[in-house]
Ligand binder design. Structure first.
Ligand SMILES: NC(=O)c1ccc[n+]([C@@H]2O[C@H](COP(=O)([O-])OP(=O)(O)OC[C@H]3O[C@@H](n4cnc5c(N)ncnc54)[C@H](OP(=O)(O)O)[C@@H]3O)[C@@H](O)[C@H]2O)c1
Length: 392
């Protein structure tokens, strides 16, 4: 029976709390800590004081984190704050000897690189301390890595190509808003694209490569090639891989808004002088946009995220598609959150559950596909994210 500390009371943090409370047989004591205590109080009022303790913490400060962890004495920390806090929270976990999990790779606030290098550099220290750091336990990264491991284990002798396909067909009724933290989201989609083929990374301009995919229960949607962090670990761990790409759907209106914001400099991440004070345009834009945590109530429609793998089984070519469909209104009914937060928060809870039940436990910094996918796939079906497989 585990004692856990969840850091970050945003859209995803809310889902993690709601789902951990539904799994009290694993999580005996749950504490939510975040920068703004009022957001923790709101979530506490939703699940009941008897189920959740709360605390205030600035997760940019290792010292504050260590003091909090020393007080709560959790078995693990679930980092559901922003990617900027990954390294400080990992450092604090090492100092206090507790396990770690996150949903997104470390990013420096001044330069978006989307790479695991700095977190993988902690591998030896986590190993020596007898601790585990599970990296990227959201949907993508996260479930998509597990889908690839499942395909590798049960369907292929060798996987040759993987396309990860992410469609959010939700409509929140605003002209423009992002479904998770605007700064992180807009940095991701406005960067150059990149995919991996025959051992090399090939760079593309943002939105340069487009294909149309027919998403089950949604229909045909324009899908654009982006770089996405799970590809970096999957190329290391999937046998025989020749190509991996990531595609995300965007509607015309979203792309027009993005282009306009980019053209006027609103996506900049460097400080500019404005009326005697310094502002970062992207941060100012994030202040103006609707809070993603507030979109839940208004969002209708579905998400569909999955992987298409092709390769060889018993000397024959094979192609499979594994995907999950999630309905925004149903997730709101259950957790007061839209499906993008839900599809991230549920896998974070499952990762923690498997760690705390010793079903996924190894020492070092580990990516999701390095574990047996079967228990995770079973939990997805039980915890609200059931999946389908189609063979072509
Ligand atoms: N793998 C995936 O599939 C996937 C998908 C979507 C999102 N994500 C990741 O999930 C994470 C959470 O996303 P979200 O949409 O929930 O973001 P969000 O709504 O912006 O919430 C982030 C929360 O972290 C808190 N926070 C930020 N800096 C902090 C600090 N220094 N100390 C303590 N708390 C701090 C924020 O506090 P305030 O309330 O005070 O601002 C906020 O409550 C992000 O890392 C995102 O990249 C992963």
């Amino acid at each position: 029976m585990a004692n856990i500390l969840i850091i970050g009371a945003g859209g995803v943090g809310r889902v993690v709390v709601h789902k951990c409370v539904k799994n009290r047989e694993t999580f005996k004591k749950i504490t939510l800590a975040s920068r703004s205590i009022d957001k923790c109080e709101q979530i506490q009022s939703e699940v009941g004081k008897e189920n959740l303790d709360i605390a205030q913490v600035d997760a940019d400060s290792v010292e504050e984190l260590v003091n909090l962890i020393d007080k709560i004495k959790p078995d693990m920390v679930l980092n559901i704050a922003l990617p900027y806090q990954d390294l400080t929270i990992m450092e604090a976990c090492l100092q206090t000897k507790v396990h770690y999990l996150d949903t997104a790779n470390y990013e420096h606030p001044d330069s978006a690189k989307f790479e695991y290098k700095e977190q993988w550099a902690y591998n030896e220290r986590f190993k020596e301390a007898g601790l585990m750091a599970l990296l990227g336990s959201g949907f993508d990264p996260g479930v998509t890595n597990v889908f690839c491991a499942y395909a590798q284990k049960h369907y292929f002798d060798e996987i040759h190509t993987i396309d990860i396909l992410d469609c959010n067909d939700g409509d929140h009724g605003y002209p423009f808003a992002t479904n998770f933290n605007p700064e992180i989201n807009l940095r991701e989609v406005s960067s150059n694209g990149r995919y991996w083929e025959n051992g090399e990374w090939i760079e593309t301009k943002p939105m340069e490569i487009k294909m149309v995919w027919d998403y089950p229960e949604i229909g045909e949607r324009d899908s654009y090639l982006l770089y996405h962090e799970e590809m970096e670990s999957l190329v290391k761990h999937i046998n025989g891989l020749k190509r991996i790409r990531f595609f995300m759907t965007f509607g015309e209106s979203y792309l027009t808004h993005m282009k306009c914001l980019e053209n006027v400099g609103m996506l900049g991440i460097e400080e500019v002088e404005h009326n005697g004070c310094k502002i970062v345009p992207m941060q100012f834009l994030a202040t103006l946009l609707p809070d993603p945590a507030s979109l839940g109530k208004r969002t209708k429609g579905k998400t569909n995220i999955g992987i298409v793998a092709t390769g060889i089984k018993d000397n024959k070519e094979r192609s499979i598609y594994i995907y999950n469909i999630c309905n925004h209104q149903e997730t709101y009914k259950e957790t007061l959150s839209q499906a993008v937060s839900y599809t991230t928060g549920v896998p974070a809870m499952i990762g923690a559950k498997l760690m705390m039940e010793n079903r996924w436990m190894r020492h070092g910094t580990l990516n999701m596909e390095e574990f047996d996918p079967d228990p995770f796939m079973e939990e997805l079906n039980k915890q609200g994210l059931s999946w389908n497989i189609k063979e072509f």
